[in-house]
Design a protein around this ligand. Structure first.
Ligand code: AHM
Ligand code: MG
Length: 320
């Protein structure tokens, strides 16, 4: 099996980008070690603080954030770091010309119940000749030079793309990342969907229609049965789609029109959309391609419809 180092050196990616991916991978291996020990490492439970979005932070949200900030800044692999857990970007003087946005610990509600969680990252080019600030992260997702995630599940995997396909690596007991899937792909047709159905009464008509047609199965307009899965960790749900297909939806709904969905554009939707497109899938906000959206703020939220092309085209069409 090829190691991460071998795959990166054969990738043709710039040396500083390879170094950045290695630093991310190493940090994720450390986060994985903490996750694996759980209560024994004293990492479970609430931190007693809130993030900029008013969400309660878990101890592990902060531990993972600190590990990423410390490692990436001491390795000087990026010029600025933006995180779900930090109000503003942190500048790394003398860092390589990249901006990294991350969700240090995605799926926070699953931390204390031993269900798969993950770390999501997005790498953008840094502006030339200036100290970067929050505004420099506001680049459309199609400008990402790399994106990926680590999933802390029954095994720990690292999935990323440098814009030439999607590879998966598995962490072994010696802390080495070994390539276990050379090319992840998402089939255009699907028979599995993921959505938090407890919100169904708030959905807009196009989502109501699409999901009720899936639920009607063989006897409905789609003429086939669909299965449903919802882990409530985006990393785990997207990982399943990269492994065996399907679609993932976190739509905007009628509860708060000022809040377009739950997920964050810069460090959740964009990196996942990059991977999904690289695997042959499609990702929209119900109207437009997510990777083409011009972000307006660091912690912006967005509706997410991603996965199998035929399904995402269909549900996006229902919004027209
Ligand atoms: P988090 O970053 O605070 O963990 O929130 C994001 C998570 C996603 O991983 C997941 O898809 C979604 O929130 C689950 O939402 P819900 O609680 O509505 O099921
Ligand atoms: Mg998250």
């Amino acid at each position: 099996m090829k190691s991460l180092d071998q795959v990166l050196s054969a990738s043709g990616a710039p040396a500083d980008l390879q170094k950045l991916i290695l630093a991310l991978a190493q940090t994720c291996a450390e986060i994985s070690a903490k996750v694996r020990l759980g209560a024994l490492a004293g990492v479970l439970g609430e931190a007693g603080s809130d993030n900029v979005q008013g969400e309660h932070q878990k101890k592990l949200d902060l531990i993972a954030n600190d590990l990423l900030v410390n490692h990436l800044s001491s390795a000087k692999v990026a010029l600025a770091l933006g995180s779900e857990e930090m109000d503003h970007a942190v500048v790394v003087p003398g860092g390589a010309p990249y901006l990294v946005a991350f969700d240090p610990l995605d799926g926070s509600s699953n931390i204390d119940v031993n269900v798969s969680i993950g770390t999501i990252f997005s790498v953008l080019p840094a502006p030339a000749g200036k100290t970067p600030g929050d505004e420099d992260f506001l680049q459309p997702g199609e400008r990402q030079v790399a994106a990926g995630y680590a999933v802390y599940g029954p095994s720990t995997e690292l999935v990323f793309s440098l814009g030439r396909g999607v590879q998966a690596f598995t962490l072994d007991n010696q802390g080495r990342w070994l390539m276990t899937v050379e090319k992840m792909t998402i089939a255009p047709a699907a028979k599995e969907f993921a959505i938090n159905a407890s919100n169904s009464r708030f959905w807009y008509a196009p989502v109501q229609r699409y999901i009720s047609e899936l639920q009607a199965g063989k006897t409905g307009p789609r003429g086939k049965d669909f299965n449903m899965r919802w882990v409530a960790s985006m990393v785990a749900d997207v990982h399943r789609i990269l492994c065996r297909g399907g679609v993932f939806l976190y739509p905007a709904d009628q509860r708060d029109p000022a809040k377009p969905g739950k997920l964050r554009l810069l460090y959740e939707a964009n990196p996942m959309s990059f991977l999904v497109e690289q695997a042959g899938g499609v990702s929209t906000n119900g109207h437009e391609r997510i990777l083409s959206l011009q972000p307006t703020k660091l912690h912006e939220r967005v509706a997410v419809f991603l996965g199998a092309k035929e399904e995402i085209d269909l549900v996006t069409g229902y919004h027209r």
